[in-house]
Structures are given as structure tokens and as C-alpha cells.
Ligand binder design. Sequence first.
Ligand code: NAD
Length: 347
Amino acid sequence: MSNAEDKISQLQQQLNQYNHEYYLLDQPSVPDAEYDRLMNALIALETENPELKTIDSPSQKVGGQALKSFTQVTHQQPMLSLDNVFSLDDFHAFVKRVKDRLNSDQSLAFCAEPKLDGLAVSLRYEQGILVQAATRGDGRVGENITTNIRTIKSIPLKLRGIAGKDFPSIVEVRGEVFMPKASFNALNELANKRGDKGFANPRNAAAGSLRQLDSKITAKRNLAFYAYSLGFVGDFTAANGESKDLTHEFFADSHHQRLCQLKTLGLPMCPEVRLLANEQAADGFYQDILAKRSALSYEIDGTVFKVDDISLQQRLGFVARAPRWAIAYKFPAEEELTCVEDVEFQV
Ligand code: NAD
């Protein structure tokens, strides 16, 4: 085995183990920053040695496999992850890649959103009624968590304002289920009093609470939800059993406007979401949200920028695990910030 091959194999094994602990057990053993460092090292080695990149590499996969204790749901449209950057230079490199691919040097409008630290779910409404909810799982197959989702007060069981309207029979909504900071702190205090092990962070607490076999436990956990995109929208066509895509008939060609439409239907939208006229506004949004971070009632770990124009999103498409039209611009890890502050304090 060559040196690079050896390193790649070691990193893959280590990351697979961390994925298992994080996505299946909801008990990570290393901070996210450490995981991200190892993942970036793997991506760099695979980019230098493309012949060593395999389709089962953790760099090519979304999340973890669905737990067998739940029935499985095959997503009608895959649920992907997001590529991420940690600096403004890397954000601009992302914008350049997008423009190169579009063969355009025009500025781009972005929908800018906080990166909520919870877990992705897909909600399926049929004739306006919530009939199914699923976790992302490996992006293709997730866990059926409908009963637990029904306990979350901010998720409507019925869409608003569609009575009597010619509305698509199927509307899938994607968004993040998260545990507000106050609920997380109360849950860990209780665990502490009882001598139980608490959750490492609100993300793991949300995932652990949602994947409970007893929905009464989920109901006590005060979870919340914000919608951030559409999944499949359409009608059943009886003839061949397939469904007809009606997204463009009912939803706007702007990502931001689609979120506003979802809000009108009763789905909560994060109040910090903004439409940016061009990429120059991205850093201001990032800095604003970073400054607000500790005052927000929920945990976030960065910002997300999505090309707002849906027709451009479609031209850009996807790679194995993420869309090409969106990027997570993540905050520096808090544990690293603590170290920096400690050093400054000692000086
Ligand atoms: P991710 O969390 O980096 O990004 C994708 C996810 O972001 C989406 O699936 C969605 O759930 C979420 N999201 C939040 N706000 C969003 C918004 N406004 N729009 C769209 N999506 C939004 O990707 P991931 O694949 O879920 O997880 C990878 C990350 O998880 C790693 O970078 C690492 O930080 C962490 N992780 C840590 C460990 C560990 O052992 N500590 C293990 C695995 C993963």
C-alpha cells in the first residue's frame, strides 16, 4: 500500500467510526471541529489522488444508515448534505466555481439562512394533511418518525389556506428539527440530577429525542422546526402510478419566495432568513448572525447561502452528496474560540 493509500484508508475507517457514533448512537466521541479537520484531510488526499477515491468513501456519503428499529422511508427526492467553507476567501472561491459553471460573471442573488444545528426531516403533506415524516438517513432512505413529528407544536398537521383551491395533492417540505437552548439546558440539568449521561449538544439531543420509540418521550422534549426547502411537489397520476411534478405551477422561481409561500401555508420560517441582492452582501450577513449567535434561542453553527434563482439551481445540479448551488459558511468551532480567548486572557 502506498503512503497516500494507507492514510486514506486510515482516515476513512476513523470517519466511518465517528459517523456511526454521531448519526446512529447520537453520542459523538470527538468535537465537530476534529471531525471536520479529518474530513478535509481526506478530501485533500482524494483530490490529489483521484484514483484512490471510492464511491463508499465517507467524503461521498450523506449521513448514516437509518435505524432498523423504525420502518424505512425511501425519499422521492434525495435529501443531500451541504458542502462547507470556513473563510471568506473560500466562500468567494465557491462563488467563482458557480459563475464559471454558469459561464457568467453577473452578480448572484443569494437566500441567506442561519445553519440550524439540529437534524433534517422531510414532511409529506397529502391533500394538505401531514401523512408522513422521515429523517434524512443516508439521503436515500430515512426513518419513519411520523408519530414523533406530530408531537412538535410548530409543525402544522394541516396546511393553511388551501381549502377549495386547486392545490397539488403532494407537498413535501424539508427543514430542521432542533432543540431550543433552554430545553437543552433543562434536559441536561435533569439528567445531571438523576446521575444520567446528558447529551453532548442540542443537535444530538434533538436527534436522540426524535428517534424515540415512545412518542410520549419526544413530546416532553420541546422540539421546534424551521422549514428551509421543498421536496417533491405534485399529483398522483392514476394511469401509471407515477406522480407528476407540479413544483413550478405552484411555487415561485425564487428560493426565498418559496420559503415565504411555505410560511403562508403555516410552516415556520427562521426569522433571520434574508434575500441578498449579490454575493458582496454575504460577509455582512455572516458577521451579523455571528454577532447574534449567543442571543438566539437556538443553536446554529454557521450560515447557509443558496443561489436564489431556481432555474440557476437546476442548471448547477448536484454532486454525490451536496448541491452545487449552496454552501454552508461555518463559524469557527466554539471550543477553538474558547482556546483563543484563554490565550488572550493569560497574556
Ligand atoms: P452539515 O450539518 O454540515 O450540513 C447539512 C445539513 O445542514 C442538512 O442536512 C441540514 O440538516 C442542515 N441545515 C441546517 N440549516 C440549514 C439550512 N438553512 N438549509 C439547509 N440545510 C440546513 O452536514 P451533515 O452531513 O449533516 O453533517 C456533517 C457535519 O456533522 C460535519 O461537518 C460535522 O460537523 C458533524 N459530524 C460530527 C461528527 C463527530 O463525530 N463529531 C460525526 C459526523 C458528523
